[in-house]
Design a protein around this ligand. Structure first.
Ligand code: ADP
Ligand code: MG
Length: 343
C-alpha cells in the first residue's frame, strides 16, 4: 500500500482552516495529520482541543492504522496478506477480522462487477510495473502475459467466515483498491466510538464525513479537474459537492502511468484482457455510506469505462460522477443518484 496516489482528480476540502479561539473550551475544528499506507491522512474533528487530548484520539487513530497496514499491506513482507501471498500452501488458514472484512466486500464487488474488480489481479499489476516489485517500464510480451493471466481469478480464492484458502499455490491478493477506503472506515468508526459526531476523515484522497463543520455548515468537497497544457497539468476546481453523511472515493489514473512511444499505460488493469485500461475515462467519483465500498466501486467503474460504467452505475443505483477526456477538454456525466449531492 505504499503507493503514492497520483490522481488526475484530487479531492480537496473547502473549509476554513482550523481556528483556535482563546477560550479553548469552545468547539472548533481540530486538525489531525500524519502518514499511513504510503500516503498522508488528514482528519478534522469538531470538538474541543482538550477532548481530543484527553481521549488520546490521534494515538488511537495511529494504532488502528498501523494495524490495517500490518494486516493488508503488500508492501510489508511481514503483513498478514504478504504471509498468505508468499505461502505456497493451499490449506485453509484463519485470518483476522479486518482482513476478512475487506476480502468479503472486495469479493462481493468482484462478483457484482462480473470480475472487473479483481483482487487477484496483482501479478498483472506488477508485470506492468505498478506494484511493490517496481519493474522497469516495459511492455510485457504475449507469452509472459498469458502465463501471468493463468495465475489470476477470483474463482481461485475462497473465504468462509474467517477461513481463507486458495486453489493455486502462487495466487496473489492485492487490496490496493479497497484497503485505503477500509482505513477511512476504521478511523470514522473509531471517532464515532469516542463520541464525536462531526468529522471529516481523508486518507490519500478517499474521504468519509459526517455532521457539520464548526460553523454549522455542511461539509463541502471540491472535486478538481485537470487542465492540460504543454507545460504539464494544472488543476482547477471543477465541481463542489455536499456528500452529507457519506464517503467519497475517486479512481483516476491520469498521473499514475508510464509511457512507451507516446502511449500511456494506466495502473488499472482490465482483468478481461490482462492489459491496462485504454479508454478516455479519466476519473470516477463514487459516493456511498462506506468508504471501502465507494473505493472499490470507483475502481470497478473505472475498469468498465465511460459507457458500460455509466450504464452499470445507473442500473445499480449508484451515485457516480464520470469525467472523460474529449478532443477539446473534458466532459462529465453523472447518475441520477449523484445529482442530489451537487451544490
Ligand atoms: P488509486 O487510489 O491509486 O487511484 P484505485 O483505488 O483505483 O487507485 O486502485 C488502483 C490499484 O488497484 C492499482 O494500483 C492496482 O494495485 C489495483 N488494481 C488495478 N486494477 C485492478 C482491478 N481490475 N481490480 C482490482 N484491483 C486493481
Ligand atoms: Mg479505488
Amino acid at each position: 500500500m505504499k503507493k503514492i496516489k497520483l490522481l488526475l482528480v484530487m479531492l480537496l476540502t473547502i473549509s476554513v482552516a482550523a481556528c483556535f479561539p482563546s477560550n479553548n473550551s469552545a468547539k472548533t475544528e481540530v486538525l489531525l495529520q500524519g502518514r499511513t499506507m504510503g500516503t498522508t491522512y488528514s482528519i478534522k474533528v469538531v470538538t474541543t482541543i482538550e477532548r481530543v487530548a484527553s481521549l488520546k484520539l490521534q494515538e488511537k487513530i495511529d494504532v488502528a492504522l498501523v494495524q490495517v497496514n500490518d494486516e493488508m499491506s503488500t508492501y510489508l513482507s511481514s503483513s498478514e496478506i504478504s504471509r498468505f501471498n508468499n505461502s505456497t500452501s493451499t490449506a485453509p488458514v484463519e485470518i483476522s477480522d479486518g482482513f476478512a472484512r475487506v476480502l468479503q466486500e472486495s469479493m462481493r464487488l468482484g462478483q457484482l462487477s462480473s470480475g472487473k474488480l479483481d483482487i487477484t489481479v496483482g501479478p498483472l499489476v506488477n508485470l506492468w510495473g505498478f506494484g511493490p516489485e517496481q519493474r522497469p517500464e516495459t511492455v510485457p510480451n504475449d507469452e509472459v502475459l498469458a502465463d501471468t493471466r493463468a495465475r489470476i481469478g477470483l474463482k481461485n480464492l475462497h473465504l468462509h467466515g474467517n477461513t481463507l484458502s486458495k486453489d493455486i499455490p502462487n495466487l496473489y491478493i492485492d487490496l490496493s483498491t479497497t484497503a485505503k477506503g477500509y482505513g477511512v472506515d476504521v478511523v470514522a468508526e473509531l471517532i464515532e466510538a469516542n463520541g464525536i459526531v462531526d468529522y471529516l476523515v481523508e486518507i490519500g484522497g478517499e474521504m468519509r464525513l459526517k455532521g457539520f463543520k464548526h460553523t454549522g455548515e455542511l461539509w463541502a468537497i471540491a472535486i478538481e479537474k485537470p487542465i492540460l497544457d504543454t507545460s504539464g497539468e494544472q488543476r482547477a476546481v471543477h465541481q463542489v459537492i455536499i456528500p452529507k453523511d457519506n464517503a467519497v472515493a475517486t479512481s483516476g489514473d491520469y498521473r499514475n502511468y508510464f509511457e512507451v512511444e507516446g502511449q500511456r499505460f494506466s495502473h488499472i488493469i482490465d482483468p478481461a484482457t490482462g492489459k491496462p485500461i485504454d479508454h478516455n475515462l479519466v476519473s470516477v467519483t463514487v459516493i456511498s455510506s462506506s468508504s471501502m465500498t465507494a473505493d472499490g466501486l470507483s475502481t470497478a467503474l473505472m475498469v468498465m469505462g465511460p459507457d458500460e460504467g455509466l450504464k452499470f452505475a445507473q442500473e445499480h443505483e449508484l451515485a457516480a460522477l464520470f469525467i472523460s477526456k474529449t478532443e477539446h477538454g473534458f466532459k462529465e456525466a453523472f447518475t441520477v443518484k449523484f445529482r442530489q449531492y451537487l451544490k
